[in-house]
Design a protein around this ligand. Structure first.
Ligand code: SD4
Length: 309
């Protein structure tokens, strides 16, 4: 039998995140340490235009970050619309560990982070600023996400949020003590309205972990993930006996039944890891990949099935 999976994360760039997670585990870190370490890799990666530094801004030119983290015992923390602080996942963890609350937004989240010793930095890179200025010429908001869908493909590799660009990272891990945790971190949809919050920092939508069952995370058009409480729905499907792939598929199919043709041009990808160390994913559109690392430390990139071709 294949070695159990100990960490998964969204997209091929998840491989670098998993490597950081696995080394945190080797150094005695918990599943929380694994997912936080992995999220920080994507946040610091300037070439990823959907997470942390280098993330594409909102329509007003501000980079605003959404992140959350969840442990094995219902511990949760989240930040929404955080500005000027790159490691949103770490701020989310501080919200979880050092406040009586579970979510802080905007100015309050930023003030809390500063009190906690996080340093400010300009998250808008020249490349992201140039993409925003280009977008301003039409100021036509279209939620485009990574997909091999023909419509998006036709827009070419330079399209913000289009094929070849990077995307939100969601991470799920099983620690050496077998406890599970997850995290999700993003700059959200490019050129979103100021104040818009997607699924990624919403526990139950962008992320959910139940240590009895497994965890799930989402990427894609957050509005469509929230409609079905995506990550929580996947965990509940696993609780009722579905394997991770079938659980993700059942929720994608539910979304399609609920929304009909309205999701034909949307993308949602769901990724799950169960307590037994089995990983799986499913998406609306083709092209979603994810990084899977097993207990032997081997990482492979898998490609999810999709409802549409
Ligand atoms: C959001 N799900 O804010 C995120 C975005 C994403 O670009 O996954 N991709 O809706």
């Amino acid at each position: 039998a294949a070695a159990p999976v100990i960490m998964v994360s969204t997209w091929d760039f998840g491989a670098a995140a998993n490597a950081a997670g696995v080394s945190a585990r080797a150094n005695g870190g918990s599943a929380l340490d694994m997912v936080e370490a992995g999220g920080r890799v994507a946040e610091a990666d300037e070439s990823n235009s959907s997470v942390g530094l280098g993330g594409l801004p909102d329509r007003d030119g501000r980079v605003t970050l959404d992140a959350c983290i969840m442990g094995w015992n219902g511990d949760i923390g989240a930040v929404c619309a955080l500005e000027d602080i790159v490691h949103a996942v770490s701020v989310a963890r501080r919200v979880m560990e050092r406040t009586p609350h579970t979510m802080l937004v905007g100015e309050g989240a930023r003030t809390f982070a500063l009190e906690q010793g996080f340093e400010t930095q300009n998250l808008l890179t020249p490349r992201a600023e140039a993409a925003w200025r280009e977008w301003l010429r039409t100021a036509n908001y279209a939620p485009r996400v990574n997909s091999e869908n023909a419509d998006w493909r036709a827009q070419g590799p330079a399209t913000p949020g289009g094929p070849g660009n990077h995307d939100t990272i969601g991470l799920l891990a099983i620690g050496a003590d077998q406890r599970m945790a997850g995290a999700c971190t993003t700059s959200g949809m490019a050129f979103k309205m100021r104040g818009r919050v997607g699924d990624s920092p919403i526990i139950g939508a962008g992320l959910y972990v139940d240590d009895e069952v497994g965890g799930a995370t989402a990427t894609g058009v957050g509005e469509d993930v929230v409609r079905v409480a995506g990550a929580h729905a996947v965990v509940e499907a696993m609780r009722h006996g579905r394997d991770p792939t079938a659980a993700c598929r059942s929720v994608i199919e539910r979304l399609a039944r609920l929304r009909g043709r309205k999701v034909a041009a949307s993308q949602v990808a769901l990724l799950a890891l169960d307590k037994q160390g089995r990983a799986g994913a499913f998406a609306l559109q083709p092209g979603f990949t994810f990084a899977v690392t097993d207990a032997a430390g081997r990482t492979r990139i898998e490609r999810a099935g999709s409802l549409f071709e």
